[in-house]
Design a protein around this ligand. Sequence first.
Ligand SMILES: O=P(O)(O)OC[C@H]1O[C@H](O[C@H]2O[C@H](CO)[C@@H](O)[C@H](O)[C@H]2O)[C@H](O)[C@@H](O)[C@@H]1O
Length: 925
Amino acid sequence: MHRSAAACVHMFDADDDAFDERDTPIAPPVPVGAISRRSSLLQSLTAAASSSASRAQSGSNSPAADSRPLEDSKGSYFSNSMSNLAFAMSANTDITAVTPNDALFAPYPARTPYKQPKSRASSPTPRKSIVEDRVPREVETTSLRFVPRKPNTDLTALRNVHIEDSFSARPGIRQHRNQADMRDFYANASWQILRYRKGNGGLTNAIPTNDRTYPSFAWIGTLGMPTDSLDERTKKAISDALIKDYQNYPVIVSDSTFDGHYSHYCKQILWPTLHYQIPDNPKSKAYEDHSWIHYYTLNRGIADAVIAAYKPDDIIWIHDYHLFLVPNMVRQALPDAVIGYFLHVSFPSSEVFRCLPTRRTILEGMLGANYIGFQTSEYARHFMQTCNRILAADVANNVVRYLGRASYIGSCAIGINPHRLAMELTKSEVTQWRSVFRQKWEGMKIIASRDKMDNMRGLKQKFLAFERFLLKHPERKRDTVLVQVCMTDRSNSETELDISEIIDRINSSNADISSHQPVVLLNQDIAYEQYLALLLESDSFVVTSLREGMNLTCHEYIFVQSENCGSLILSEFTGTASGPFREEALIVNPWSIEKVAEAFDMAVSMSMDERRKRWKKMYQYITTHTGFDWTKSNLDAISTAWKNSRRVSDIVPPLDMKMVKSQFQLVQAPAYRMFFFDYEGTLTFWGSSKSSFFASPQKVIAALIELTSDPNNVIYLMSGLMAGELERTFRQVPNLGLIAENGCYIRPFASNEWISLIDERKLSWVPTVKKYLDAISERILGSYLVVRKASIAFHIEDAEDPVQVEQWTGECVNHINVFFERENIKAVASDHIIVVEPLDVTKSRAAEFALGRELSRRDNKLPGFLMVVGNAEDDENVFLWADRLGIPQQYVFTATFPRRISQAKASVEGINGALSLLAELAAHH
Ligand SMILES: O=P(O)(O)OC[C@H]1O[C@H](O[C@H]2O[C@H](CO)[C@@H](O)[C@H](O)[C@H]2O)[C@H](O)[C@@H](O)[C@@H]1O
């Protein structure tokens, strides 16, 4: 079966971005083999138990006699002690009887108690506590009733499904159960598979489910809930059904791994750091590494599932920060696999990222992918700089080369699914809710907002600014309302406290307390139809995130606003602001309360003409940059990257000397042969000043003299040395072509003249960078500088303290690349050296120049034999260049050293192998 694969874990968080694909039309089944690739997306799956009927029963239309439909028990289904079971409620798609008495109309502070759980990690009751606590305990406040679910008729259509918790509880009835009962209860609970409404809705909406032109997708992820209490049979049955019916491959881990991975490592360490909030409280234990093991274990589990499900031709697409390590784990097992990775959240500057104690492993994990995508070019740039700085990886032209592998880096902002949204808008409930809102807030300016209760969302800043706006424009108190929908499934009491005080202040400052309150806070998510109606009726939408990868809620807002052309206040720290909506939204710095207050004023007083003008452009953008476009563009980029970084095994096969010789001989004048040999490190020892770097190159010289005696052998040596040094070393070899300073200068074949390939007027950076590097060199014992004409080599191979080297390498490279950006130079680090040189200098450019000379001398004829041999990172571009010239592949020989993953097609056994090759060619000649 042909398939391609993609992966994501968004196990249980409410999605603040975009809702999922409810009521999607049923996709026609995809015929096996009709699709070139399959994508298996690691996706959020939520499993749960219910003690209602059996699975078969629960699929029936007749609820058990004693069951009570969920709709009947609206409000607080779950007491606090049961709150860990509550996610069934927020994921419940069956609640349809939404009435105007719902929470939306409960003015703050008379809000409903929290219905969302603190953490789902302890739900259901962990087996551990059941086993250890032998004293029967009272299960507080609730009787557990298990309600068979209405069958979901769409199931066959859905790839993005979950197993949903179908616990329900009637408040007010108490029931005593002992722990053994509980264990049996969970162990034998029945269950059903229902569509999951949470997770990363932006992602799931972007994956086409009913488009035959797309590959089919399978998803791999966790069940999104603790599972220790489920017995093995149940787990297996759930897994089997998910795999068989939905191509969802669930990964079941222990509760401690599940919780440690998500609630701790992801949420307390990675999430804040990636969003520029370093947990730096001296008492903070955030960076203690006890949860790293859980992060690692879960990633391992997912990687193993990917490896097990993988079939040749699949594309594996791994999503987001929960799975940083998976690409490399999969790469180790499947060296040839096509692997892509996409980071949905922001990637911070290297200064912030370097705080993570696990920074190297994370970067190495990501670099297992052929293609790594980001939402914006800024995040991509941060990532590349961080790789260069922390791993000393070679970064150029959006490619990160590390340990012989190449990862291509790109950016493409995710979009929404306008088609699906348009269908939602046609629902009658939306129309009903709209008229309710119109009556409720007649003649008022409605500002809508929807966020997670997360301190990254800038909620405090938003309300402070709104307060400031009302203070400056008191008349607005009576005709403006800010409706804030907050979703939460984990307690965030700090943010909550912060905002409740401010909202209290705003609402109580109104002289006429009986009437209008300017802020309505909904501390829970609302029905989607209600939310859409709110969006439709609003005059403005506000996003004040302090950092956010993209933000699709504002895309949704713009999409639904075709009648009203509402205005958008958007934090400059969102991905959306940095790209698509840069000009048209009211872009604000959420930290500037004054400016956000001004934006509130502008938003509500903007003329219709102005609104329409701005809206139109944003609308045009979102309808032409949809989620599907994003998926397509990423899958294309992944495939292209894989082709470019073609690699078949860890060991490049040895050069076939028989073949080399026979093709060599075939070339007769006027045809000619071209050779490019890297010098240092390939034909002679390189590196440490203590090593025999300048060991006599007699063998090389002798072979070169022999070879160049045939005018049809056009030979070039590529070197980091200066022109003068090279000329002196090889003065005995006539006609030899020389490339100096890694491509800055060239002395063409059969010429005595040196040609500069750089702009020599732009070398004023050399003394300044030298001064900077001198200062660093003084601190690193054993390091030294070699200043050439157009480049500087900072040697660290003999440095005594490796820790110091690691620290300063990154610092140097980063400093030079950032502070000398305008000079158009680059600093590139490898294991033993940092080279600073003009940005556009490459060996392949010099090779291209050399070929151009031959073409003009030889009637535009390409060489009949082309060989490139090299062992340096920057030789990779020359291999690629040689491959793409259009010379038939059997006449192109590219060789590097063994063990390296390379663009080269073959390998020679180190320096000795390279020297033997040269000698054999000379002898053959
Ligand atoms: O809270 P998590 O389960 O850890 O997931 C993180 C967030 O993922 C989704 O948002 C991210 O992806 C969106 C689509 O690419 C992007 O627009 C957003 O800026 C990212 O943060 C999800 O929508 C959020 O609810 C999750 O919090």
